[in-house]
Design a protein around this ligand. Structure first.
Ligand code: NAD
Ligand code: ZN
Ligand code: ZN
Length: 376
């Protein structure tokens, strides 16, 4: 066991709404059932941006200062006491959704929503109530048990999965959040069927991964919906058969889709995070059997549903991390990528370094990037 404190660089969010700053931080050794990892690559997800810039608005307020980042891959540096499944040198993907294998939810095949360390993780601390990352003795909160905008971090051994040693970390990091979420929203939560019709709202990484999931599931018609037409070319690469910009139509987008498909799509996937679009997605599905899955994230807003839309047979579902049981399923998704069943490279539009992290946020918000991968 390596008991030394590691000094390294991390991007620190000192307060909500302000850009991140690169600081020299201390990363403490792992405690019982914890693993210290060297982060090799991290994606920048919309949820990182939302925690920083929507804190107290679309997102609940959480304690700052904070080290963000949750879509990453790395290498185990050292393990704490009682860790049995990991050794230094293992290639790993940290998981913002744990899989302890023991709680009631882990034992159920119906859900992936493990509750291990949940309350502490929401606050930004480990099981003992403290964080392992600090700046000049000031504690920096961790993000969803991960904090990958740091060269080193410490995670619970239930929030980590070992992956094959030939996997390229600068690609498979995307399976730590966005791609797994969108892909699973289609294949696992919606359970898209062969020859079905689908509409995907929002064509960022989550939406494009949902499009890919619809294609892998054999959907006949996959309609991409985005207000940014620059996303359409990529959507076709992932399998969209047509794309629509709601701003090109006078009518509401749900009406356009219902007309186009002669009654509505079989599956609609919301990958934006806005209640208005969630409603549009639900109303664009076919009465009697349409299924709408919400992947977009908002924590404080409510959705207003016309009861009749549900009464007549539609299903509305949400998905967290695409419904995957994180520890056991992520390595399988890595295999799917290595076997070319699943695309990852095509999501990566930019490669930057940690000191360019705010540029990555700007690229995401301006719609110029799908995913920026930061190398640490
Ligand atoms: P992104 O910013 O890359 O993509 C969002 C897309 O939505 C953009 O292409 C944007 O142009 C489009 N959009 C915006 N307004 C629209 C509108 N009115 N109609 C149609 N399209 C519109 O974001 P992302 O990283 O792909 O994440 C998407 C959402 O998924 C976010 O809300 C994120 O927080 C959420 N998310 C959820 C989970 C989960 O576990 N459920 C995991 C990861 C991300
Ligand atoms: Zn994410
Ligand atoms: Zn569990």
């Amino acid at each position: 066991v390596n008991l030394t404190v590691i000094k390294c660089k991390a991007a620190v969010a000192w307060e909500p709404g302000k850009p991140l700053t690169i600081q020299d931080v201390d990363v403490a050794p792992p405690k019982v059932h914890e693993v210290r990892i060297k982060i090799v690559a991290t994606g920048v997800c919309h949820t990182d941006w939302e925690y920083l810039y929507e804190s107290g608005k679309g997102m609940k307020s959480r304690p700052f200062p904070l080290v963000l980042g949750h879509e990453a891959a790395g290498i185990v540096e050292s393990v704490g006491p009682e860790v049995t499944k990991f050794s230094p040198g293992d290639k790993v993907i940290p998981l913002f959704l744990p899989q302890c294998g023991e709680c009631e939810r882990c034992r159920s095949p119906k859900t992936n929503q493990c509750r291990k360390n949940w309350a502490n993780m929401q606050l930004g601390v480990m099981a003992d109530g403290t964080s392992r990352i600090s700046y000049k003795n000031q504690q920096l909160y961790q993000f969803l048990g991960v904090s990958s905008f740091s060269q080193y971090t410490v995670v619970p051994d239930t929030s980590l999965t070992k992956i094959r040693c030939d996997a390229p970390l600068d690609k498979v990091c995307l399976l730590g959040c966005g791609v797994s979420t969108g892909y699973g929203a289609a294949v696992k939560t919606a359970k898209v069927e062969k020859d079905s019709s689908c509409a995907v709202f929002g064509l960022g990484a989550v939406g494009l991964a949902a499009v890919m999931g619809c294609q892998v599931a054999g959907a006949k018609r996959i309609i991409g919906v985005d207000i940014n037409p620059d996303k359409f070319e990529k959507a076709r690469v992932f399998g969209a058969t047509e794309c629509i910009n709601p701003r090109d139509h006078e009518k509401a987008i749900q009406e356009v889709l219902v007309e186009k498909t002669g009654g509505g799509v079989d599956y609609a996937l919301e990958c934006v995070g806005s209640p208005v679009i969630m409603n549009a997605a639900l109303e664009s599905t076919a009465e009697a059997w349409g299924t709408c899955v919400i992947a977009g994230w908002t924590e404080t807003e409510t959705m207003n549903i016309m009861v009749e839309k549900i009464l007549m047979g539609r299903t509305l579902k949400g998905t967290y991390f695409g419904g995957w049981k994180s520890v056991e399923d992520v390595p399988k998704l890595v295999d799917d990528y290595m076997n070319k069943k699943l695309k990852l490279d095509e999501f990566i539009t930019h490669n930057l370094t940690l000191d360019q992290i705010n540029v990555a946020f700007d690229l995401l918000k301006s719609g110029k990037s799908i995913r920026t991968v930061i190398s640490l």
